[in-house]
Ligand binder design. Structure first.
Ligand code: PLP
Length: 440
């Protein structure tokens, strides 16, 4: 074994569980990225989590930087969330009728967010986005939408569309099973490209209902946009009576309590939430001004519903988590801690002249094997660099560090990561960088 290498972790139990799962689920999983297709080895089956740590079925222990893809900003098994959920559960799980808990969570959100006045809860981010698009179409009475290449908005038909070739194109579906007619209503543009946005609005005058963007694109690397570009979207939407949708399923309650809208101080017309909002339980939401939201059924004519929407136990998870996040100084501490962590990693990589950048906003970070100063479009990501990530991922697992199993995914630091945990993780990351760049 060459210097610095460690033996691979034991995955016998995970392998066994994976074989069984493959009998029941396509690819053995209930969401594709979990299958470890772009990293080494069998997917790890998780047995439990506590604080910033995870344990798999073979008893391997990891410091977790995936955090269930974002929801766990307080870490696993937070005592306040657990307590609140158990308390609420005692009274039954679902009623299909309103409860006070929905208003409690809504109040917590709206009192701390000047960008929305009314909200509707759903059970996932996908559902929130799908409903927001329908709302925009219903309000404007127009069908076309603009989205950006490299932004993910869940698996709703209209948005599983990727760019064709050319400046302004109708998208091509990025999944089988989506009617071409749907894709023809979706215009796909490169991120950070004002000219293309302008051209699209000229070409499809009075036909565009909305522009949807992840203001912090974090599902295909971390493609941090210039504020100027986001501001431009606000202006061009206003000029064309189109609505601006910020999909804040990741950035909401993450870069600050009031999300990217607050971070950039740009007021979108509709905001979607998910992930953090449910404290680890399935909750999504979309919010807007009272006037826009009045178009939603039963007040208005845009239909949207859900058997388990506003589920009391899920609301309890959201209330307990968001109560902690709304406390003074929460984000400052988390963001500073993350910044110190990523700065140290960048300093190390730079001191060794490794072709490696850590991009960060708030407590979101992305390891990019690049020497570009900025990566703002998906075209700027070199697919070949993912080979390096694959090796890094394996070596990190061998050192007790868990990252999401794809180099296109971002990592998250939670309030449960202590300085000591981050110190330990940093050392492991340094070692892994040395291994990845050993034969550079
Ligand atoms: C995760 C995500 C979604 C989809 O949310 P689900 O809860 O997985 O359906 C939509 N948009 C963004 C920006 C996301 O990060």
């Amino acid at each position: 074994m060459p210097y610095g290498d460690k033996p691979d972790i034991v995955r016998d139990k995970s392998a066994e569980l994976y074989e069984k799962a493959k009998q029941y689920f396509p690819g053995g999983v209930n969401s594709p990225v979990r299958a470890f297709k772009s990293v080494y080895g069998t997917p790890l089956f998780i047995e439990k989590g506590d604080g910033c740590r995870l344990w798999d079925a073979d008893g391997n222990e990891f410091i977790d930087f995936c955090c269930s893809w974002g929801p766990l900003i307080l870490g696993h098994n937070h005592p306040k969330i657990k307590e609140k959920i158990i308390e609420v559960m005692q009274n039954g799980l679902t009623f299909g009728a309103p409860t006070a808990l929905e208003s409690e969570l809504a109040e917590l959100i709206i009192k701390n967010n000047k960008y929305i006045e009314k909200i509707r809860f759903t059970s996932s981010g996908t559902e929130a986005v799908m409903s927001a698009i329908r709302l925009a179409r219903g309000v404007t009475k127009r069908d076309k939408i603009i989205k950006f290449e490299g932004c993910y908005h869940g698996h709703t038909d209209a948005l599983l569309v990727k760019a064709g070739s050319g400046l302004v194109t109708f998208g091509e579906t990025s999944s089988a099973g989506i009617p071409k007619a749907y894709a023809d209503e979706t215009i796909v543009i490169s991120l950070n490209d004002k000219e293309a946005v302008k051209a699209a609005f000229e070409q499809f005058k009075d036909q565009i209902s909305c522009v949807i963007i992840e203001p912090v694109p974090a599902n295909n690397g971390l493609l941090l946009q210039d504020k100027d570009f986001l501001q431009y979207l606000r202006e061009i939407c206003d000029e064309n009576c189109a609505l601006l949708i910020f999909d804040e399923v990741i950035s909401g309650f993450r870069v600050g309590f009031d999300g990217a809208a607050g971070y950039y101080d740009i007021k979108p017309d509709i905001i979607t939430y998910g992930k953090i909002i449910g404290g680890g339980l399935p909750v999504g939401a979309y919010g807007a001004s009272a006037a826009i939201m009045s178009n939603i059924s039963p007040e208005g004519s845009v239909y949207q519903a859900g058997t388990l929407s506003g589920n009391p136990v899920a609301m309890a998870g959201g209330i307990a988590q968001l109560t902690e996040l709304a406390k003074a100084g929460f984000y400052k501490e988390l963001n500073t801690k993350t910044e110190d962590f990523t700065n140290a990693i960048q300093r190390y990589a730079s001191s060794k002249s490794y072709k490696f950048k850590v991009f960060r906003i708030g407590s979101i970070f992305w390891f990019a094997f690049t020497d570009l100063e900025k990566v703002q479009t998906s075209e700027a990501i070199d697919p070949k660099s993912m080979e390096k990530f694959k090796l890094m991922h394996r070596e990190l697992l061998n050192r007790g560090i868990y990252l999401g199993p794809s180099g296109y995914e971002v990592g998250f630091v939670s309030a449960a990561h202590s300085k000591l945990d981050l110190e330990k993780a940093k050392r492991a990351i340094f070692e892994c960088l040395d291994i990845v760049f050993r034969n550079k």
